[in-house]
Design a protein around this ligand. Structure first.
Ligand SMILES: [Zn+2]
Length: 185
């Protein structure tokens, strides 16, 4: 897996394809093929889609619009209307089809239908007043996620990606401080 699906919502996972948004943004979706791979890896979306330049551009616009609306929601301000238009337009498209067989559930559809599903998931989350939307506690990560833990105490987007890194850094800092203390004695 090249991409992380830790946010608890495919719309937020799409937003998370840009890391360190405030400092030095790193965009994992550099070309249409990256988007095809992201859709393939996302459990809620069809496996085989083709991205052309136009659908790729609209996917990136949808991603940034969802990010904007998530920020609006977290800052408890009115939704940015241009972003609402983008997300609502994307959600109006046809959805992937779902079929059941002995092999299980199968999703099929094109990229536009995949984006419609992502947009609808984003809308459901943004409209849910009880959904606890957070930004990862590791400085510089900036990934957003839904905190569904008891007592909403989750601090990191993921334990592997961020939680353990922060804890390891804190451990190193404590050890360094202890060693310096010893040298002074
Ligand atoms: Zn993180």
């Amino acid at each position: 897996m090249r991409f992380a699906f830790v946010s608890g919502n495919p719309a937020l996972d799409l937003v998370g394809t840009v890391g360190s948004r405030r400092d030095k943004p790193v965009d994992l979706l550099a070309a249409p093929a990256d988007l095809e791979q992201w859709v393939l890896e996302c459990d809620e979306l069809p496996d085989q889609v083709t991205a052309d330049a136009a659908t790729f551009t609209s996917a990136l616009r949808l991603r940034e619009a969802i990010y904007q609306l998530a920020l609006d929601r977290m800052l408890e301000r009115r939704f940015t209307s241009a972003s609402l238009d983008i997300v609502n337009d994307a959600a109006a498209g046809p959805l992937p089809t779902v079929t059941l067989s002995d092999a299980g559930l199968r999703l099929s559809g094109d990229l536009r239908s995949a984006l419609a599903h992502v947009a609808r998931s984003g809308i459901a989350m943004l409209a849910d007043r009880h959904a606890c939307l957070k930004e990862c506690g590791r400085p510089g990560c900036t990934r957003l996620y839904l905190d569904r833990s008891r007592g909403t105490r989750r601090t990191w987007c993921g334990m592997d990606a961020c939680g353990n890194r922060v804890k390891a850094a804190a451990y190193r800092a404590r050890r360094q401080a202890a060693e310096q203390g010893r040298e002074l004695r």
